[in-house]
Write a protein that binds this ligand. Structure first.
Ligand code: ZN
Length: 83
């Protein structure tokens, strides 16, 4: 598998992304500078390393408890992820 095929294959694993869209994403990526691509890639790795579920509400956060749950004297609240 060459580099382009591998890249297209990786994009095709994203939700709601078919082969044609995966190709478009791959071709778009190739128009970016190397620094832009590195920034994009490192954002994905950093998010995967740092983001997890809040221990109270299960919202995504990069802290132990999310900002909403960490607010003092807060009223009871349910965090809902928007699509
Ligand atoms: Zn929370």
């Amino acid at each position: 598998m060459d580099s382009l095929d591998k890249l297209i294959n990786e994009f095709s694993h994203l939700p709601a992304v078919g082969k044609k869209t995966a190709q478009r994403y791959a071709y778009f990526l190739l128009t970016l500078s190397e620094n832009e691509v590195k920034e994009f890639a490192s954002s994905m790795v950093e998010a995967k390393q740092k983001i997890h579920y809040c221990k109270i509400c299960a919202n995504f956060t990069d802290k132990e408890i999310c900002d909403i749950c960490a607010k003092p004297n807060k009223a009871p609240i349910i965090c809902v992820e928007r699509a």
